[in-house]
Structures are given as C-alpha cells and as structure tokens.
Design a protein. Structure first.
Length: 209
C-alpha cells in the first residue's frame, strides 16, 4: 500500500511558546496524576503480584523524540516471553493476554505507568504512539515520511488512537502515520485539549478504541 503523501514537506504547526506550554502542562499534570492515582497503582500492583506469573512492569524499547530510543513503561498484560522469535503486533483480543492483563488492556489501565515517561520528558500526553524500530523500518518501506514523527514527543493518546482503532495491521499503521503527520501540521494547545477531553470521556464511558 503506497501513500500519496510520500515526498511532501511537513512543518510543525505549534509555535515555540506553544511547545513550552505543552511541556509545562505535561510535567505538572503527570506529577499530579501519579499522586492522585497512587491508590490505583497499588491495587493494580497487588492484582498482578497475586497473579504470580512474572514482573509487574513491562519495559519495551521504543523510538521517541528526535529519533532517540527510550523504554516505554506498561503494566504487563501478556504472558512472559510472548515474543520468543520476532516482534509481533498486539491484537485487541490477544490470546497472549493474562486474565488481569485483559481487564487492564480493555480499560487502558496498563498505560498508567507511562505518566512517568511523560514526567521524564520521554513522552507527552498528546502525540503519536511510539513504535519499535522493527516496525518503523517496515513502515518506511511504504512511506519514508515517518522521520517527521521525530519532531514530536510520542504521546499517551492522539487522534489516531481515538479514530483509527487498535493498530494491529500494516494498513492501519500507515493510516495512523498519515493522521499523525496531519496532527503535526495542525497541532495546537486547543487541539491537544480536545483530544485529552475526548480520550477521558471515552475511557469513562467505556467506549472501545
């Protein structure tokens, strides 16, 4: 599947001031979130420890801001050694999910540790979901514009997260890239706020995305 956007020049739509405000918001709100959600962290920790089949936190290398690798943090939702051979795209209803992991995944609670990634500056609340180098190389075979993604910190949520569904195929990964590049050109503090509010409403209402 070839993309029509190949070869275009893309500019960041957010000003320097806007990026400063965005980063300040990330620091303050991620710290506030970790404090307020500490009881939830404790409950999830206990549930995963009682499951007794591996570590609580799952760390996986992703490529982030300016093309630098970092370790994304998640509550472990899958069985240990779920990728023995080559990287595999996670499916929405993945057979590798543990009982507790399935619940966490369905309610997006497995992403809570990423507030620490946001606080440390490795991620933002809004931005493209970070990907592994293995899949980035596959995507760039179809659309070399992926490099523009490195102009942004990866995010907890995005327009693609809300409207492109679970990214479990290459076709969806290419659609996600186009949506992320469109976000880059048009992003603003107001758009970020709308995405955050919609994400929270989706989670609270139980809407699947």
């Amino acid at each position: 599947m070839e993309q029509n956007s190949v070869g275009i020049v893309i500019c960041d739509g957010m000003s320097v001031v806007g990026r400063f405000v965005k980063r300040s918001f990330d620091i303050l709100c991620s710290l506030f979130g970790m404090i307020c959600l500490s009881p939830a962290y404790l409950v999830i920790y206990i549930a995963l420890r009682r499951q007794g089949d591996g570590p609580v936190i799952y760390r996986q290398e992703r490529i982030g801001y300016k093309g630098k690798p970092f370790y994304i943090l998640k509550y472990r939702t899958m069985i240990v050694d779920s990728e023995d051979d080559a990287p595999v795209l996670a499916a929405k209803c993945d057979e590798r999910l543990t009982p507790v992991g399935k619940f966490l995944r369905e309610h997006h609670l497995d992403e809570l540790p990423q507030l620490l990634n946001v606080f440390r500056g490795e991620m933002s609340f809004v931005g493209p979901r970070p990907e592994r180098q293995y899949f980035i190389d596959k995507i760039k075979e179809h659309n070399p514009n992926y490099d523009y993604i490195y102009l942004m910190r990866p995010g907890l949520t995005s327009l693609a997260t809300l409207y492109n569904g679970y990214t479990d195929t290459m076709e969806k990964m290419l659609v996600r890239l186009d949506m992320d590049l469109e976000y880059l050109q048009n992003r603003s503090l107001l758009l970020d706020l709308k995405i955050i509010v919609k994400t929270v409403l989706y989670i609270v209402s139980g809407k699947k995305f």
